[in-house]
Ligand binder design. Structure first.
Ligand SMILES: Nc1ncnc2c1ncn2[C@@H]1O[C@H](COP(=O)(O)OP(=O)(O)OP(=O)(O)O)[C@@H](O)[C@H]1O
Length: 564
C-alpha cells in the first residue's frame, strides 16, 4: 500500500507531540517535587527527561521504517518535508518539531540526503517566530502603588504554591536590595515596570523567579532564588542582578532547568534579551531542550565556518590518552574524538568512555562539569583542517573518520565549551589568581563529591578555567559514582596493603593530582580535609542516606539573612 506525504508528515508530528507531552509532564512535576522536598525524584526526573527524546525518536523511526522501509523514495520524502513545513506554520513548538523531524529522518536514511531538500538543516522559521513573544511568557507589573505591593503581586501571580516562612521579611529584604541596586544603576525606583517570566525555573533544591526591571531607557535582568526549609516553608534566598552572576546560574556546567512553557522560542528569546552573551544553543539547552541546543549549535557552527577562514588545529595543552582534541581558534568550543587505541594505563574500552560521557550529561553537573554535545557523522570541510591535525587524525582516529571528496566525516564527536586548561592558566596567573584558582579547584572537587561524582583523574590538566574564572572539570573517561569507590586509609606498612580496583587512598590524592608543591600547598591550606579518608567516607555516607547537599550557583555573600 502506498503512503501519502500527508500521512507520513502527520505520523512524525504525532511522534513529536508524544515526546513534548512527556517532556511537559516531567517538567510540570517539578513544582510538586520541590514542595515535597523529594530530591530523589528531582534527580531521576531530570535524567529521564534527557533520555526520553532519543527513545521517542527511536520509536517514531521504527514506525517510519515499517511503513516505507529504509530505501529512500525521493519524490515521497521531498513532498513529506514540504507538507511537514506547512503543518508547522502556526505551531507553538515549530523549531523543536523541525529538529525532531531531522532526528527521525537521520536515524532512518543515509547521510547523503542530509540537506535542506529533505531535512531542516537551516530552519525555515528563521526570524519568524510562530508565537508572539510578548504574550506568551511574561507578566507585567507596573510599579504604581509602591515597590512592596508590586513585589507581593509578583509572588502571588507566579504561584509557587506552599507557604512562606516569613513573607514580610522576604519582601522587605528584596525591597532593600532593590533600592541598593537602583542607586548603583541610577534607576528611579518608582518609575518602572517589572516583567516576570510566568513560570518559575526549578533546578535541584531551588525555584528561581526570572525577570527584568524595565525603565524608560533600559532594562536590568534579575533572578530571585526561593528555597524551602526542613518544615516545608519557603523563603527568598537572594536577589541576583549582575549579568555575570546570572550567566553562571545559566552556565554550561549546570544541569537543565525545569520550566513550563508552551512556546520555547518565546521563552528563549526573552532569556536572550536578559543575557545577550549566551547563544541560542546555550539557552535552549539551559531550559532542557538540549537537542534543540544541538541543532542551534550546529547552525551557529556552519554560519561561523562560512564567515571565517582559520583552521581547525590541535587544542592547546597536554595531549590526552583517550581523546584527540581539536579546536577552531575563532570559535569557543573544542571537539573530541575517541582514539582508536586508548593509551597508557587506561584499562577500559571505547564503550566505557562513551557511557561515562553520557552518564555525566544525565547527572547533576553542579556547575563543575561542562555539558557535552554528542554528534554522529559530522561533515567538516577538509580545507579547514590543518595539515598537522589531519596527520594526527590519521594516526589516532583513523577508524572514526572517512574522507568523502572535499569533506571529512567524523563518525562520533563530542563537543564542549573551550576553557583554559588549569595547568596552562596557572603558568601565567599572578599570585592572587593562583590562590583563587587552587581554592576553586578544591571547591570543585567537593561539589562534585557532594553530587556523588568521583572524577577519577583529578590532574590539573583535566580541569579548565572559564571566562568567569570558575574551575570546571571536562575529562570524563575515568568518572565514577562516589558511592562505588572504597576510600581507605593508607596502612602503616606498605606490604600489608592489598589493593582492590576501586580502592582510593585520599592521603595520596593531592600528591598524585598536584605534584607541584607550590600549588598543592595552596590547595591543602584551604581544603585540608581532601586528604583525610574519613572526610570522603562521611560524604559517601551522606549520599547513601539520600542527602542531596546544597550547592548554590551564587556566592554565599549574596544570601539573605533569615529572621524568624
Ligand atoms: N573543554 C576543554 N577546553 C579546553 N581544552 C580542553 C577541553 N577539553 C580538553 N581540552 C584539552 O585537551 C586535552 C585532552 O583532553 P581530555 O583530558 O579530555 O583527554 P583525555 O584523552 O581524556 O585525557 P587523559 O589522558 O587525561 O584521560 C586536555 O588536557 C586539554 O589540554
Amino acid at each position: 500500500m502506498t503512503i501519502s506525504p500527508e500521512t507520513l508528515a502527520k505520523s512524525i508530528l504525532d511522534g513529536f507531540h508524544s515526546h513534548y507531552r512527556r517532556f511537559q509532564v516531567l517538567t510540570q512535576g517539578a513544582r510538586e517535587r520541590f514542595l515535597k522536598r523529594d530530591w530523589t525524584a528531582v534527580v531521576s526526573a531530570a535524567s529521564e527527561r534527557i533520555h526520553y527524546y532519543d527513545h521517542q525518536v527511536g520509536t517514531t523511526a521504527k514506525k517510519v521504517e515499517r511503513r516505507v522501509g529504509t530505501e529512500l523514495d525521493e519524490g515521497l520524502w521531498l513532498a513529506t518535508r514540504q507538507r511537514y513545513q506547512q503543518l508547522l506554520k502556526f505551531h507553538p513548538q515549530a523549531e523543536l518539531a523541525e529538529t525532531f523531524y531531522n532526528s527521525v529522518f537521520c536515524r532512518v536514511f543515509d547521510r547523503a540526503y542530509f540537506n535542506n531538500d529533505y531535512i531542516f538543516v537551516e530552519t525555515v522559521l528563521a526570524n519568524h517566530i510562530p508565537v508572539p513573544v510578548e504574550n506568551e511568557c511574561h507578566s507585567y507589573f507596573p510599579v504604581v502603588d509602591g515597590l512592596e505591593g508590586t513585589l507581593t503581586r509578583v509572588f502571588e501571580d507566579i504561584g509557587l504554591g506552599g507557604e512562606f516562612e516569613n513573607f514580610e521579611n522576604d519582601i522587605e529584604q528584596l525591597r532593600d536590595k532593590f533600592f541598593e541596586r537602583a542607586t548603583e544603576t541610577d534607576i528611579e525606583a518608582h518609575n518602572l515596570r517589572i516583567d516576570v517570566l510566568k513560570s518559575p525555573f526549578y533546578r535541584n533544591k531551588a525555584a528561581y523567579i526570572v525577570g527584568r526591571v524595565v525603565t524608560e531607557n533600559n532594562h536590568y535582568p534579575f533572578i530571585v532564588p526561593v528555597l524551602i526549609n526542613s518544615q516545608g516553608k519557603l523563603y527568598v534566598d537572594a536577589f541576583i542582578t549582575r549579568s555575570d552572576r546570572m550567566a553562571t546560574i545559566f552556565g554550561f556546567a549546570r544541569s537543565y532547568f525545569m520550566v513550563e512553557t508552551e512556546a520555547p522560542s518565546a521563552l528563549v528569546r526573552f532569556l536572550k534579551d536578559l543575557m545577550p552573551h549566551k547563544t541560542l544553543a546555550e539557552l535552549y539547552s539551559s531550559v532542557g531542550f538540549h537537542k534543540q541546543g544541538k541543532t542551534e549549535f550546529y547552525r551557529e557552527f556552519l554560519h561561523h565556518l562560512r564567515r571565517t577562514d582559520d583552521q581547525l588545529s590541535a587544542a592547546p595543552g597536554v595531549k590526552g590518552m583517550v581523546m584527540t582534541v581539536f579546536t577552531l581558534p575563532s570559535f569557543p568550543y573544542v571537539f573530541k574524538v575517541i582514539k582508536d587505541r586508548l593509551g597508557g594505563t587506561k584499562e577500559f574500552g571505547r564503550q566505557t568512555v562513551i557511557d561515562r560521557y553520557r552518564m555525566v550529561k544525565r547527572h547533576d553537573r553542579v556547575g563543575r562539569m561542562a555539558d557535552t554535545l554528542e554528534f554522529v557523522d559530522v561533515a567538516l570541510p577538509l580545507k579547514r583542517i590543518s595539515a598537522d591535525l589531519l596527520d594526527e587524525f590519521k594516526q589516532t582516529i583513523a577508524n572514526s573518520i572517512s574522507i568523502e571528496g572535499d569533506t571529512l566525516v567524523i563518525h562520533q564527536l563530542f563537543v564542549e565549551r573551550r576553557m583554559t586548561p588549569l595547568n596552562l592558566y596557572l603558568e601565567y596567573a599572578n599570585d592572587e589568581e593562583v590562590d583563587a584558582a587552587m581554592d576553586d579547584y578544591g571547591r570543585a572537587l567537593k561539589e562534585m563529591m557532594a553530587a556523588n561524582i568521583f572524577p577519577g583523574d583529578m590532574l590539573l590538566k583535566n580541569f579548565g578555567v572559564t571566562r568567569h574564572k570558575r574551575v570546571v572539570f571536562y575529562d570524563y573517561d575515568e568518572v565514577r559514582y562516589l558511592t562505588d569507590m572504597s576510600f581507605r586509609r593508607l596502612p602503616e606498612n606498605d606490604w600489608e596493603v592489598s589493593y582492590a580496583p576501586d580502592d582510593v587512598f585520599p592521603q595520596q590524592l593531592a600528591q598524585f593530582a598536584v605534584p607541584q608543591a607550590k600549588y598543592r600547598n595552596k590547595l591543602l591550606k584551604r581544603h585540608p580535609e581532601l586528604i583525610d579518608s574519613a572526610y570522603w567516607c562521611r560524604v559517601q555516607k551522606n549520599i547513601r542516606k539520600g542527602e542531596l547537599t546544597d550547592v548554590f550557583p551564587y556566592d554565599a555573600d549574596l544570601r539573605f539573612t533569615r529572621r524568624f
